[in-house]
Write a protein that binds this ligand. Structure first.
Ligand code: NAD
Length: 274
């Protein structure tokens, strides 16, 4: 099964489903999970310098022998390195053992992101990255970025799940042709969304798990997702979401669950702890 792709605003194709590797802290477990994911059919992997595991991802890619061009690899620039994005990017590439990235993001809209973006535009124009984007940017940050940028971000990677749906931001992104990436698509497994009766009923109705219903909901909202798991069965389950479709009434039932409730840090607060 080949995962459907979304076409970014510069015509680069991104697989709509991938695997995230945040908080994967065990080396052996990482290598195993990567290989399981590859065998299942995952080709898109989302990491970041701050996750501390780019080196393992590079090792896992090399060990697998897969053709680099079959993969879609994302990494992110952490604000502590806003003063020299070129160096930070080269360090990421080196740790990953790659000679280009598919997508590179500004991880957080901390002070200095405008200049960091301009440095990323240069790397993009030099063809070292196929697409550049942002993460955790709210409308106000995107508007400020627009004032100083030549390249529109290809994506905004933001926290999204049934308890945090951000309809206004999504509308803005759509209007500006910026694709949506949902981080924490399952509420990071810790926000109670798995116990939500509406979702449990839908899971029973479609003979799927709650996780699959949530992931399917994201797909039908055109979000790009990369749920994280280190378990083979869950990786498989999170991949088996292309053989059913939620009705529009059921999509609306999930829309009504929005509580505007972030699980992680809230970029609206302007508080940033480097
Ligand atoms: P997630 O919503 O993907 O939740 C992962 C957790 O959900 C797992 O640890 C597990 O407990 C549970 N889970 C996964 N599959 C399941 C299943 N089938 N059944 C039951 N439970 C299941 O959270 P995440 O890992 O934080 O987000 C996904 C990815 O997004 C990350 O790995 C990372 O790549 C990215 N991310 C980005 C940012 C950012 O600031 N840009 C922040 C957090 C995460």
């Amino acid at each position: 099964m080949t995962v459907p792709t979304i076409t970014l605003n510069n015509n680069v194709q991104i697989p709509q489903l991938g695997m995230g590797v945040f908080k994967m802290k065990d080396h052996e477990q990482f290598l195993k999970a990567f290989q399981w994911a590859l065998d299942i059919g995952y080709r898109h992997f989302d990491t970041a310098a701050i996750y501390g595991n780019e080196k393992w991802l590079g090792e896992a890619i090399k060990k697998s022998g897969i053709d680099r061009h079959e993969l879609f690899i994302t990494s992110k620039l952490w604000p502590a390195e806003f003063d020299d994005p070129k160096q930070a990017f080269e360090n990421s590439l080196k740790r990953l053992g790659l000679d280009y990235l598919d997508l590179y993001l500004i991880h957080w809209p901390a002070p200095g992101y405008q200049q960091a973006w301009q440095a990323m535009e240069k790397l993009y124009q030099a063809k070292k990255i196929r697409a550049i984007g942002v993460s955790n940017f709210m409308i106000k940050h995107l508007e400020q970025l627009q004032q100083v940028s030549q390249v529109t971000p290809a994506v905004d990677q933001i926290e999204l799940h049934p308890y945090l749906q951000r309809p206004k931001l999504l509308q803005y992104l759509q209007q500006h042709n910026i694709a949506v990436e949902a981080w924490g698509p399952l509420g990071q497994g810790s926000n109670g969304v798995f116990d939500e009766p509406v979702l449990q009923d839908l899971a029973a109705k479609y003979h799927k798990s709650v996780a699959q219903v949530i992931l399917r909901w994201h797909l039908q909202r055109q979000a790009i997702i990369f749920p994280k798991s280190v378990h083979q069965q869950r990786l498989q389950q999170n991949f088996d979401i292309f053989d059913f479709e939620l009705s529009s009434a059921d999509m609306q039932a999930i829309a009504r669950l929005d509580k505007n409730q972030p699980n992680g840090s809230d970029p609206n607060s302007d508080e940033f702890l480097a």
